[in-house]
Design a protein around this ligand. Structure first.
Ligand SMILES: Nc1ncnc2c1ncn2[C@@H]1O[C@H](COP(=O)(O)OP(=O)(O)OP(=O)(O)O)[C@@H](O)[C@H]1O
Length: 485
């Protein structure tokens, strides 16, 4: 059997497979998922009828977000980004980028020349007290990290253009003006909502007085991802994130983006930041939400918000699995009814465990045994392993299928014959089957005449920010030339 064939399995197919080459040798000897667990997990499986219903409602949400009349009450906001042009390969020079939006904060220095780019970057932590502190503290921290970085890279005396990837819902009023609508992904800093984050950053930089920069663009990570893939692949028209959170952006005809109030610079298009994580906040997804989704939402820092994201992204996937495991243990369907303190502790089942568990070939449970040991569940039986893996598969598949429904809806709406989707985020990157699950499901849902592809973005948010800054600088220069001739 070829290695890749080991992964070509379905949720219901657990074969009897022995793999000596994978170290510890666990044979499932015809064990199948218990009927009760299978029955109780049915609600997590979204068949194509449900997914098509979701696509229909989603499309309506997108149209409401785009239209002036309905935008204020729409849940999927579809904000114009003021990015109209994709890179054309002639961008060059040195650019700084900041990338804030989830687990890590990064500062980057990028040099573009023709087809080549060089990148240096440094990751800084955002401590929990800053994530939940004041806006001033947050932006002072960002400015301090930037100051440290430019000194280390010896560019502190150059006034470099900076692209700021700020991956929270922003209402943009220009390429360098972004008003924070609300915090997501565990951030909740005071005095930022309703304010322009570029102004807050500039004020923090001014308070220090030791950094020279010019913020030339603010964007979110979906835009960065789209731009960085577009630099390599001319068919890129959609950017997707499945990381801490989930969101997408796409190229829309400027005439459909009714909120767009700037001069059209010629392309006739504008990138739309969908903020698709908010889909379902009006109850549109209630017909497929489960008690686990309710529980996650109730205990989050933003109850009632980002319901779509909470069914998909890395911040919640592990906890969804843990809640199901906890329930089934209490119902005496797992671990002989005896859990562990760690299993019953909120947030203790990491999303990376789902990837690890599903990376074992079917019927092999080496990673799962390690996870059970880490969680104090040494008493788990092979029947438990089969059941746990099935639960992980149901939840990760549901996530991949929801994302696929969103993309198929967009591909159908855009109606282009060939589209590449640039994708970033640890769930897509590291879950062993996410890409294949998506390819398969999109194919089932999309108009068959449309060719599509999913492309992993290499460092989308950082490089993309530099590219948006670079395209803005190129256009500024081109316009100056036109004005003087
Ligand atoms: N091996 C893995 N498999 C699946 N998910 C993972 C893995 N490792 C980390 N994650 C999850 O991915 C999330 C972090 O995603 P990512 O590294 O893309 O961060 P981010 O850029 O901060 O997120 P975002 O782009 O949404 O702002 C975390 O929620 C984490 O639980």
């Amino acid at each position: 059997m070829k290695f890749k064939d080991l992964f070509a399995y379905g949720v219901n197919e657990f074969g009897r497979i022995v793999h000596e080459e994978f170290g510890r040798n666990h044979e499932t000897a015809e064990l199948h998922v218990s009927n009760e667990i299978r029955d109780k997990c049915r609600e997590l499986i979204l068949d194509n009828d449900k997914l098509k219903k979701i696509m229909e409602v989603f499309l309506d949400n997108v149209e409401r977000g785009l239209k002036k009349k309905t935008h204020s009450t729409a849940t999927v906001k579809c904000f114009p980004t003021y990015v109209q042009d994709l890179p054309n390969g002639t961008e060059h020079g040195k650019f700084l980028a900041l990338d804030l939006g989830g687990t890590n904060f990064r500062v980057l220095l990028i040099e573009l020349s023709g087809e080549h780019f060089e990148m240096k970057s440094k990751i800084f932590a955002i401590p929990q007290h800053i994530m939940l502190g004041s806006g001033e503290q947050l932006f002072d921290h960002i400015a301090e990290c930037l100051a440290i970085f430019v000194k280390e890279e010896h560019v502190q005396d150059q006034r470099l253009p900076l692209g700021f990837t700020f991956s929270f819902p922003l209402s943009q009023r220009g390429l360098t003006v972004g008003i924070l609508e609300r915090w997501t992904k565990g951030f909740n800093c005071s005095n930022v909502i309703g304010n322009d984050v570029v102004t807050l950053l500039n004020e923090a930089i001014d308070r220090r007085g030791d950094v020279l920069i010019e913020v030339t663009a603010i964007l979110n990570d979906t835009t960065g991802t789209l731009m960085s893939c577009a630099w390599k692949n001319k068919y890129t028209r959609i950017g997707l994130i499945v990381g801490t959170g989930s969101n997408a952006c796409y190229v829309e005809k400027q005439k459909n983006a009714e909120l767009w109030d700037d001069v059209d610079m010629g392309s006739g298009n504008v990138l739309i930041n969908m903020e698709w994580g908010a889909f379902g906040d009006d109850g549109a997804l209630d017909f497929v939400r489960t008690q686990y989704d309710e529980n996650i939402d109730k205990h989050s820092v933003n109850p009632g918000k980002q319901k779509h994201e909470k069914m998909i992204s890395g911040m919640y996937m592990g906890e969804l699995v843990r809640l199901a495991l906890q329930r089934f243990t209490k119902e005496n369907l797992l671990f002989g009814g005896k859990g562990s303190d760690m299993l019953f502790e909120r947030g203790r089942f990491y999303t990376k465990y789902v990837s690890e568990i599903e990376s074992d070939p079917p019927g092999v449970f080496n990673n799962l045994i390690d996870v059970c040991e880490e969680l104090g569940l040494k008493h788990a039986t092979e029947q438990d392993y089969v059941n746990i893996r099935y639960i992980c598969e149901c939840i990760s598949r549901r996530s991949a299928h929801l994302v696929s429904a969103g993309l198929a809806m967009l591909l159908n709406k855009m109606g282009e014959k060939r589209v590449t989707v640039g994708v970033d985020g640890s769930v897509y990157r590291y879950h062993p089957h996410f890409h294949n699950l998506m390819m398969e499901k999109i194919r089932e849902l999309v108009d068959p005449s449309i060719q599509f592809d999913l492309m992993l973005s290499e460092d989308g948010s950082g490089r993309g920010a530099a590219l948006v800054a670079a395209v803005a600088s190129r256009l500024q220069k081109e316009r100056r030339v036109v004005q003087t001739t």
